[in-house]
Design a protein around this ligand. Structure first.
Ligand code: C5P
Length: 232
């Protein structure tokens, strides 16, 4: 498993998504399909993009009772996606059930990644709304350890947390990091950002890049620039 750039295909329709991917001609970037596109187009969009030869991170962030998550994961596994995720807040029995559901008869399964605390949750929100009083970075590392002990492959985290996740959970525990911007680019609504080269430097395994590629006048060059800075 090597480092890779995952393009966040945050589009609302199949037409828009396929028109975007058509620009890549022979190239087959790893893509992330999120809730908006999946709920709009259903599993067919996953099959279509997979048939075109792309790897897919299906970002649906499951969180329910273990039995429900297990059954849902088994359906997602049959879609032949490469990476899926869940909320570590669902706790270890749910994460273990997710692994069971994902594992195919031949023993293979998509990578399973946990969301720890959403980056939209800060210390104040966590204390007030979730009644969790511990420092947020301890909570993030605890959730990451739970994910590791439940057999998951890694976590989605801020690039600023990736080094610590590796030191707590091991270098082979995968970090998938959004919040990536070019040094000369627009930050948009992301607050804590890193360039692809910096993300490589701190040991991110996968970067998830949306608007710096999707909103670029030349998405293919922007993607290639990410690959050049992050992978090569
Ligand atoms: O356009 P941009 O590069 O900001 O897109 C980043 C992608 O990563 C979006 O799909 C966003 O939902 C996702 N993401 C994030 N921060 C997280 C988790 C996911 O930006 N903590």
């Amino acid at each position: 498993m090597g480092r890779d750039v995952i393009i966040a295909c945050d589009f609302s329709s199949k037409e828009e998504t396929l028109a975007f991917l058509d620009k890549f001609e022979g190239k087959k970037p790893f893509v992330k399909i999120g809730m908006e596109l999946f709920y709009a187009e259903g599993p067919e969009i996953v099959r279509e993009i997979k048939n075109r030869g792309h790897k897919i991170f299906l970002d649906l962030k499951l969180h329910d009772i273990p039995n429900t998550v297990k059954k849902a994961m088994s359906v997602l596994s049959r879609l032949d996606v490469d990476m899926v995720n869940l909320h570590a807040a669902g706790a270890r029995p749910m994460m273990e059930a997710a692994i069971e559901g994902l594992t195919r008869d031949d023993g293979t399964r998509p990578m399973l990644i946990a969301v720890t605390q959403l980056t939209s949750t800060d210390q104040e929100t966590m204390e007030r709304d979730l009644m969790i009083k511990e420092p947020i970075d301890r909570v993030v590392m605890h959730y990451a350890s739970n994910a590791r002990e439940s057999g998951l492959d890694g976590v989605v985290c801020s690039p600023l947390e990736a080094e610590k996740v590796h030191s707590v959970c091991g270098d082979d525990f995968v970090t998938v990091t959004p919040g990536v911007r070019f040094a000369d680019g627009d930050k948009g609504d992301q607050k804590r950002v890193m360039t692809p080269a910096e993300a490589k430097g701190i040991g991110s395994d996968y970067i998830v890049v949306g608007r710096p590629i999707t909103a670029s006048a030349d998405p293919v060059s922007a993607y290639e620039r990410c690959v050049k800075e992050f992978v090569s």
